[in-house]
Design a protein around this ligand. Structure first.
Ligand code: NG1
Ligand code: ZN
Length: 535
């Protein structure tokens, strides 16, 4: 590999000095103007990563998800479609913070030496980007880094984040017994829609579904997927809304899953009519929130916790019907942001174990792998259901003792193919929800009745230095600043069924305070008081 070539290419993609570049929960994410040099350097790192893993293909996704249109981000996807290994996040940060083009080249070769990477071997990287116009410049910077390091590169252009994860896994498993699917966007649609038809087992979805696509990449991709669905067979009639990707400024603006979850209301446009079924995707289509306007009681939201409980309850029923409940283990993984009522419902009503992990999908994903079936969702609607290969094999190998058992085993198999196994996927999760509601014969009202959320409030608190805040116990307690947690505990004690915690955000320069309590006013008051403690 040629040092001069790396330096020459780097000079075309200068880095803005003096910024705190850190590979966080969402990779590098910030104003797009700061990202060109960062993305070039991420290209260098992915070239190393691919070679370290014996030439397997690494994915790079350029997106800032639910953040405003002026932002962008870049993150690395490991060969099986999971997030970049944690140890390498540190290498990414080191490389991106190199002080000059020459220092960058030195850091690159030093990393290769320390990590015992054979730079003469071959490497391959693929990329995808959301609909942000800045993505084009960033992918060009990435491509230049890969050219300078003789790394094969395929640009899949505009994709949802979960599609890029899917493609990464497909490429690396192609031609093996664990092949994940055809390496193309059409392959993704074929796999999911075939599994959706199969999972319904002749049942029909009732009622049209309106989808708010946040004016992001989910809009055109959902429209593409719908071409592969036969609504006369499935009954699923989808109306695609907020799919304007030609005006970048409207991306995530007053719409999308993040808007609905944080404002706890429907997007103003188009206004949902009472009784209509709605769901929202976020800007890169990896988060999903359902909602409807109850003709009597008004807006009602089904967030990640609701989706997790729905999936866990259905799969639990299928396990019993298939006679697998003694043999395979289902578990649910949540974060501290999960509503206390959902946790109670899973543990006490569904009788399933719940594990709490720190925020960030990589933590949830990892914990979910410990179960035969691991259901994981962040409250914000990002999540999926992981099926172990042992579970998938068991569904196929087990001899059914009755038609009902066969039905359950077939449905489980189909769900394993329908649900994206690499990462949370709003489109695939949406079809999963539709399958479950069709099987249960449930309306959104039935789903809403399963448990009652505790009123809650999430507040963003500006602090001088968020790094002063350190947590323990899966982020449920502050270990630093010393004394802060005691003050929080004292306040929480004064409220009924209350819980509150504070932590530094991993994606923004602020702290977040979460509070829940028996009533709306108590939850608000508690959130306020804890915010004052943190400030
Ligand atoms: P931070 O900023 O660390 O709270 C936010 C979300 C996470 C996760 C990441 C990545 C909340 C409270 N936090 O993390 O759940 O999705 O962004 O996008 O929603
Ligand atoms: Zn997202």
């Amino acid at each position: 590999m040629d040092r001069d070539a790396i330096i020459a290419a780097s000079k075309k993609h200068d880095i803005v000095p003096g910024k705190p570049y850190k590979y966080g929960t969402a990779g590098f994410r910030m104003n797009a103007d700061l990202l060109e040099g960062v993305t070039f350097r991420v290209g260098l790192l992915s070239a190393l990563r691919s070679r370290k893993l014996g030439g397997q293909t690494i994915g790079v996704m350029v997106t800032a998800s639910h953040n405003p249109a002026v932002d962008n981000g870049v993150k690395i996807v490991d060969p099986l479609g999971d997030m970049l290994e944690q140890e390498w996040e540190v290498h990414a940060t080191t490389l991106v913070n190199a002080s000059s083009h020459e220092n960058l080249a030195d850091t690159f070769f030093k990393l290769a030496e320390t990590l015992k990477i054979d730079l003469k071997s071959s490497g391959k990287v693929i990329a995808g980007r959301d609909t942000r116009p800045s993505g084009i410049t960033l992918v060009t910077a990435l491509a230049d880094a890969l050219a300078a390091t003789n790394t094969a590169f395929v640009d899949f252009k505009i994709l949802t984040t979960p599609q890029l994860h899917y493609l990464t896994r497909c490429i690396n498993t192609e031609g093996t017994p664990s092949s994940y699917g055809e390496v193309s966007e059409v392959g993704y649609y074929n796999k999911i829609t075939e599994a959706f038809h199969r999972a319904l087992k002749g049942r029909k979805v009732t009622g049209a579904l309106n989808v708010d696509c946040a004016n992001g990449v989910g809009g055109p991709k959902l429209s593409e997927l719908l071409k592969h669905l036969d609504s006369t067979k499935t009954g699923l009639e989808v109306k695609v809304n907020n799919d304007d990707v030609l005006r970048p400024e409207v991306l995530n603006l007053d719409c999308g899953a993040d808007f609905v979850k944080t404002r706890q209301r429907a997007p103003p446009n188009p206004k949902p009519a009472p009784g209509d079924r709605w769901c929202s995707l976020d800007g890169d289509a990896d988060r999903l929130i359902y909602y409807w306007v109850d003709p009597d009681s008004g807006f009602f939201m089904f967030d990640g916790d609701r989706i997790a409980t729905l999936a866990a309850s259905f799969i639990g029923d299928l396990f019993r019907a298939a006679g697998l409940d003694e043999q395979l283990r289902i578990g649910v993984v949540q974060t501290a942001y999960a509503n206390g009522s959902s946790t109670k419902y899973i543990e006490q009503h569904l009788q399933l174990p719940v594990v709490c992990t720190p925020t960030g999908v990589k933590h949830l994903h990892h914990a979910a792998c410990a179960f035969d079936i691991g259901v994981y969702f962040e409250a914000n609607g990002h999540g999926t259901v992981l099926f172990s290969s042992n579970a998938m094999q068991t569904f196929k190998a087990k001899q059914p003792q009755s038609p009902a058992q066969k039905d359950a085993l077939d449905t489980l198999s189909a769900l394993g193919d329908l649900i994206n196994q690499t990462v949370g996927d709003a489109i695939s999760d949406m079809l999963m929800v539709e399958v479950i509601l069709a099987h249960k014969g449930w309306s959104l009202r039935d789903w809403a009745m399963t448990y009652q959320d505790l009123p809650n409030r999430l507040v963003r608190v500006e602090v001088g230095d968020k790094d002063l805040f350190e947590t323990t116990d899966a982020e449920r307690k502050l270990s630093k600043p010393v004394g802060c947690q005691d003050e929080i505990d004292q306040v929480v004690k004064k409220y009924t069924n209350a819980r509150s915690f504070a932590r530094a955000s991993g994606t923004e320069n602020a702290c977040r305070v979460y509070a829940e309590a028996a009533t709306r006013s108590e939850a608000d008051e508690l959130a306020n008081k804890v915010s004052h403690i943190v400030k």
